[in-house]
Design a protein. Structure first.
Length: 239
């Protein structure tokens, strides 16, 4: 599987240019509502989980145990190079390894479909799938999004502003080949994964005038939390 953060670097560059721009949710252009998750692959075949891990031994053991029994499992993971938000840890992962045994004892949360009310009803500190059409996260192209609230945005406006943004991202990119989109909202940060059918499709989508509006919108209220490196690329053998 090919993975990199080219699209996210576009977001970061835009953030550097847009730090002085402040738009509250009420003044934004309307976007298409998202009342329910697009697709239901993981609900039909088995849920995804997102994990925040101080070390990766638990997820490595769980993966190896599951695959030794013949299960088709994957782990995609990144190591943050900066201090994570307090409720998270330096290693962030998304996986379909079942939350049993050692994995039930660490900070992993099941990815849920959008609740009744859609994006507007999303709760903080809960991972949701906004797009759930990817048949196999072990293939294709996945990027990590890790952002934090800009200082010039009032704290109570971050979550409403982010909900507007994730609707926009879905509207822009789901028709262009983004077949998986998982978002976790913190009080002042976002953690999420974008899965595409392949790398070329992602690059093409961000290169369009419409696609460029996604990073530009993000830059008006949040910025990247810093560097990270991918440590798991589908299995648990670091590369």
């Amino acid at each position: 599987m090919t993975t990199h953060l080219a699209s996210f670097r576009l977001l970061c560059a835009a953030a550097l240019m847009g730090q002085g721009v402040l738009l509250d949710a009420q003044s934004l252009s309307p976007v298409k509502d998202l009342p329910k998750t697009i697709g239901s692959v993981t609900q039909d075949a088995g849920p995804l989980s997102v994990c925040a891990l101080a070390d990766t031994r638990a997820i490595t053991l769980a993966y190896n145990t599951a695959t030794a029994r013949g299960a088709k499992r994957f782990v995609l993971g990144w190591e943050l190079k900066v201090d994570p938000p307090g409720e998270l840890a330096k290693n962030l992962a998304i996986t379909n390894v079942k939350r049993i045994g050692v994995l039930a004892k660490v900070n992993c949360k099941t990815v849920l479909p959008l609740p009744a009310g859609g994006v507007d009803a999303m709760q903080a500190h809960t991972p949701y799938a906004l797009v759930d059409k990817a048949p196999d996260w072990k293939t294709g192209f996945t990027s990590l999004v890790m952002t934090a609230r800009n200082d010039n945005l009032p704290a109570n406006e971050f979550v409403p502003r982010l909900k507007h943004h994730v609707k926009l991202v879905t509207q822009l990119f789901e028709p262009k080949g983004m077949d998986g989109y998982v978002v976790y909202i913190g009080d002042d940060f976002e953690w999420g994964y974008l899965h595409w059918v392949d790398e070329a499709t992602s690059k093409k989508a961000f290169a369009t005038p419409e696609g460029a509006t996604g990073p530009k919108d993000s830059a008006t209220f949040q910025h990247t939390r810093g560097a990270n490196s991918q440590i798991f690329h589908g299995d648990v053998s670091p590369r």
